[in-house]
Design a protein around this ligand. Structure first.
Ligand code: COA
Length: 373
């Protein structure tokens, strides 16, 4: 197949998975066979994490044991806390998580693959702690205690961020957002994790690589870029003109379009509903209206639809989350999907090493240094 036809590996089936379907005819977006809307409406993020890791929903006892286990893994080793304090305040928090993941991999290395589930649970529990320890240390000058009594990852995150336990509306909203972001088949960061895993490398290397891939604005970084776009406009009218101008200049509008979906991202309606609810709660009269206008123009002009990152931006903003923590929240969620893919890759491993269509110079004669111009 020529490079043109497979640019960015679009449409290429690069492996088998039992974890997730994305836009599959008759199924849509499913995790282990469960429809994303059923999960978003009914499940907790911890149930989804268990589902992705173990292949089945937990029963009540298993769920409560799993919650307790995650709670017990929230504290950070003092060496990691010191390392976080050394990372400058103006560092992007995605880099903080990448480094935090590596440091934890040094302090608590996966000795062999039998430790993979422990490594996965530890990162799931510790990512919010690392992120917010670093954030609060630099933003407020405080060394926070990262063990909280909150039963959920969402509650723990918001509690550490705001210093008080969140309202049930905010906790459930973040919980739902974590469910929507948890897994998405062979996206760029997950595929990165699988490529690293396939060399028989360690768990933390796979996750650190995945964080690096997620950081870019064409992938997870789009939610921060979407927020910057929305905030730029004072009114829906200004947004309409501004976005039309951007499109005329052929600029990318972040939070729109998708490699796999062609007309809708199923996660968008859930995010949009949550954004509307929170806009009402905070009395917003601008950002939600601006978002709706941008969504309309993008469809009218380009037949492009909002993806999962567009309305999650205003959802997070309305909960008082600083924009630079948006993509890291994606990490706190997607660690579940990445882990499931690491387990799956290891269970039936084959080195991932595709070929390339060569487009360089044809064979030529060696030129000694003295004869080169
Ligand atoms: N804004 C403006 N134009 C867009 C666009 C966007 N968000 N997304 C795609 N397009 C246009 C492209 O410019 C291209 O136009 P052309 O054919 O005139 O050159 C066409 O739509 C096809 O896009 P392409 O970049 O080839 O699709 P892709 O499958 O390679 O890219 C994305 C998919 C997600 C990378 C792309 O839609 C994008 O960059 N979106 C913005 C970033 C984003 O939200 N990422 C999060 C994804 S969940």
């Amino acid at each position: 197949m020529s490079q043109k036809k497979t640019g960015g590996l679009a449409g290429v089936i690069a492996g088998r998975t039992e974890i997730c379907t994305v836009g599959k005819k008759g199924a849509g977006l499913t995790y282990r066979g469960y429809d994303i809307y059923d999960l978003a409406d009914n499940a907790s993020f911890e149930e989804v994490a268990h589902l992705l890791h173990h292949g089945c929903l937990p029963n009540a006892d298993e769920l409560s044991a799993y919650r307790e286990r995650l709670k017990s893994l929230r504290a950070l080793p003092s060496v990691l806390k010191q390392a976080l304090e050394f990372i400058p305040a103006d560092t992007h928090p995605m880099d903080v998580l990448r480094t935090g993941c590596s440091v934890l991999g040094n302090l608590e290395p996966e000795m062999d693959f039998s430790g993979q589930r422990d490594a996965a649970d530890r990162l799931l529990a510790a990512f919010p702690s690392m992120l917010l320890y670093w954030h609060r240390f630099h933003a407020d000058g405080k060394r926070i205690e990262t063990s909280t009594d909150d039963d959920s990852v969402a509650g723990h995150f918001l509690h550490l961020l705001h210093d008080v336990p969140p309202s049930e509306l905010h906790r459930r909203t973040l919980d739902t957002s974590l469910i929507l972001y948890a897994e998405h088949e062979f996206n760029a960061s997950t595929f990165t994790a699988r490529v690293i895993t396939a060399t028989l490398s360690d768990f933390h290397s796979a996750i650190a690589g995945a964080i690096g891939a997620l950081r870019g604005p064409l992938h997870g970084g789009a939610n921060e870029a979407a927020m910057e776009l929305i905030e730029r406009f004072d009114s829906p009218e200004a947004a309409e003109q501004g976005v039309r101008d951007m499109l005329a200049r052929k600029e990318l509008i972040m939070g729109f379009g998708h490699r796999v979906y062609t007309s809708v991202d199923p996660r968008n309606s859930v995010n949009k509903r949550m954004s509307a609810r929170l806009a009402e709660e905070v009395g917003d009269e601008r950002l939600y209206a601006v978002s709706e206008v941008i969504e309309r123009i993008m469809w009218e002009e380009k037949k492009l639809f909002a993806n999962a990152d567009f309305y999650s931006a205003s959802v997070y903003h309305f909960m008082g989350i600083p924009t630079y923590l948006f993509t890291p929240i994606f990490v706190c969620s997607r660690i579940t999907g990445w882990s499931a893919h690491v387990f799956e890759q290891r269970a039936d491993n084959k080195l991932i090493r595709p070929g390339a269509e060569y487009a360089g110079p044809s064979l030529r004669a060696w030129v000694p240094l003295a004869e080169r111009g």
